[in-house]
Write a protein that binds this ligand. Structure first.
Ligand code: HEC
Length: 251
């Protein structure tokens, strides 16, 4: 049949085009993830009053502890979602980093090998003050060394496509160095402290501009207009929304 004569080459061309597309997406995304960033090592902070308790508190607030690296930095978890990446035990990686390399990783999302971290929310660490970073590093350096674990890194095709389309980002590409580092500015009243805390905590899932983050599922924070102070405190402390629903992501 004449129709069949056309169908076969058409199907063959489609298969070739499709495989070509997949190969290009894999190659280009792999290049992006492996490329190195030419960022000089920053000076580690020295001009601050060391405070280990403050370091522990900040390590929990920004999630080095009680976050992706496990309750006490033991790590080994795979972070689910758009990518599957192992958050390593902090005791296995921190001893291999100098202070300057740690500051660069925290502030810029750039690892020791010059490549971007994947899944570390460095853009919410950027607003940390020098003293916060110094205290966090001092505190984490007290952790006993831990063995290395096998590191999973699974990036599905759809995420690679999003990476190339600019709908998902590597940690280093997400940092906006034009944003103020609120932590280096006064934190002497409720407004200034709130501005700092929101930037280092809420922005992770509600977007750097608090207008919502489609990937993390956090809605625009304009929703807070319907909350009174008591309801807001309940949401923060128990994860129960104004409507009385347990919001698991906020737990
Ligand atoms: C780990 C991610 C994450 C972080 C960090 C986070 N949120 Fe959320 N938040 C979410 C998600 C996801 C939802 C939506 C859950 C749903 O709709 O079921 C949400 C919902 C909310 C809601 C709406 C609840 C409602 O009434 O429906 C408010 C308000 C809120 N977050 C405030 C905050 C504030 C303030 C911070 C910072 C102190 C914060 N969130 C930090 C993930 C997060």
């Amino acid at each position: 049949m004449p129709a069949l004569r056309f169908l076969k080459p058409l199907l063959v061309s489609l298969v070739i085009l499709g495989s070509g597309f997949v190969i290009v997406v894999y190659a280009a995304s792999e290049w992006k993830m492996r490329r190195t960033y030419d960022l000089p090592l920053p000076q580690p902070p020295t001009d601050f009053e060391p405070d280990l308790a403050a370091g522990e508190r900040m390590a929990k607030i920004v999630g080095c502890w009680a976050g992706c690296h496990g309750d006490g930095g033991e790590g080994g978890e795979e972070i689910p979602g758009i990518r599957q990446v192992t958050a390593p035990p902090l005791g296995s990686v921190i001893p291999r980093y100098s202070d300057a390399e740690l500051v660069r990783l925290i502030l810029h999302g750039v690892k020791r090998d010059g490549r971007s971290a994947i899944g570390m929310s460095s853009y919410t660490f950027w607003p940390l003050g020098d003293a916060d970073i110094g205290n966090i590093i001092n505190f984490l350096r007290l952790q006993p060394p831990a063995d290395e674990v096998a590191r999973v890194r699974k990036i599905p095709f759809i995420s690679r496509l999003k990476l190339l389309q600019g709908k998902w980002w590597l940690s280093a590409d997400q940092v906006n160095t034009a944003q103020p580092r609120w932590g280096n500015m006064p934190r002497s009243n409720a407004y200034e402290r709130g501005r700092f805390l929101a930037a280092v905590i809420c922005a992770e899932c509600h977007g750097a501009d608090y207008r919502g983050d489609a990937l993390e599922g956090g809605p625009p924070l304009t929703i807070l207009a319907i909350y009174d102070e008591e309801e807001f405190a309940r949401l923060m402390k128990t994860g129960v929304s104004q409507a009385g629903i347990a919001v698991e992501a906020m737990s």
